[in-house]
Design a binder for this molecule. Structure first.
Ligand code: DAH
Length: 344
């Protein structure tokens, strides 16, 4: 039995010596040391050995196994080293290849304009308020002194959800909401930016969804000169230190008196050009002194306090500021358009 074991070892070492790849190595491991391998087969005969022979043969068998395993380990380490060397030689990385660009996003031009307008008003002591885009008829119209059946409701064709709920047609309802929340306290100085919706057909100057910024100041002794001074300061910070403003009489149900506010043309400086239709002036917002009924409906006493309010279209301001000729550019999200604002 001892001879068979020694012969087995010699055969194994010879075959292992010739093994050229890890696959063959593994086959040989199975052939010699596997559960059904040749070594196991020989050892099955141990039962017929005498008690003295058994430990001696057992020792020989262990030595044979150890010798074969040692060679297998050595060979597989050798194969692994060769594989690493091969990969190092063949797999090269070109470190001079330029990286893939990761484009930076940018703020939408309307977001930028809103932030700029907010900063200007915050600088004058205003707080920024918000209100819901899905609004009740009460806040959107009623509390703005536009009772049901009022003809001025037609100025703002609406998207109704139910008889009583609609997409707000302007940011003015935030006036009523802010006044209610402050419960008669003064001073109240807020602006409210947000989206509004109207049943308009989209064209270069109309969009069924657009943005407004509402402004409201309520305090003791607020006068129309406060309105004018505030809006002049805004216009100059927005469009440049030399612009002028003018107030033109107008009508809004929620203000009395009401005024449309124009700035001197930011393109021609007031001389007259195509953009201002040769008038020298550009209309930028609606405004007025808060109607006493609007104050009292929302919990303020018009005998004790007064206020002014204004509402402007954000797209209109952005179009003048950036020289954009079609409002639809803001909403079609052509990256060639948006990219131009990435670094301004
Ligand atoms: N809500 C008006 C509109 O959408 C704009 C407006 C005009 C707001 C006068 C006001 C204001 O606060 O006083 O056309």
């Amino acid at each position: 039995m001892k001879e068979r074991l020694v012969a087995l070892r010699d055969d194994a070492l010879k075959e292992l010596g010739a093994a050229g790849d890890p696959g063959v190595l593994n086959e040989l491991r199975v052939k010699y040391l596997g559960k059904k391998g040749l070594l196991t087969e020989i050892l099955r005969g141990m039962g017929s050995l005498s008690a003295e022979e058994r430990p001696v043969i057992g020792q020989v068998a262990n030595d044979v196994r150890a010798a074969i395993e040692a060679v297998i380990d050595e060979k597989s380490a050798e194969f692994a080293r060769a594989e690493t060397a091969r990969r190092l030689a063949t797999e090269t990385i070109d470190v001079t290849l330029p990286g893939r660009p990761a484009p930076n996003g940018a703020l939408h031009p309307l977001t930028k304009i809103v932030q700029e307008i907010e900063d200007i008003f915050i600088g004058m002591g205003f707080a920024v308020a918000e209100g819901p885009e899905v609004e009740t008829d009460y806040y959107n119209f009623e509390a703005m002194n536009l009772p049901k059946g009022h003809p001025a409701r037609d100025m703002q064709d609406s998207f109704y959800i139910t008889d009583d709920i609609l997409l707000r047609t302007h940011t003015s309802p935030v006036q009523a909401r802010s006044m209610e929340a402050r419960k008669g306290e003064t001073p109240l100085k807020i602006i409210c930016p947000g989206k509004v919706y109207r049943r308009d057909d989209d064209d270069p100057t109309h969009s069924h969804q657009f943005m407004q910024i509402e402004g409201l100041v309520v305090d003791k002794g607020i006068r129309i000169s406060d309105l004018k001074g505030t809006l002049l300061q805004f216009a100059r910070e927005m469009f440049g230190p030399n612009v002028q403003i003018r107030l033109r009489p107008s009508f809004f149900p929620f203000t009395e008196p009401s005024a449309e506010v124009d700035v001197s043309c930011v393109i021609c400086g007031g001389k007259g050009c195509r953009v201002c239709k040769h008038s020298g002036w550009l209309e930028i917002l609606g405004s007025g002194m808060v109607h006493p009924r609007v104050l009292s409906m929302s919990g303020y006493d018009p005998e004790k306090v007064s206020g002014f309010a204004f509402g402007m279209g954000v797209e209109r301001i952005a179009m003048l500021r950036y020289g954009i000729e079609d409002i639809r550019h803001f909403y079609t999200n052509d990256v060639r358009f948006l990219r131009q604002f990435a670094r301004t």
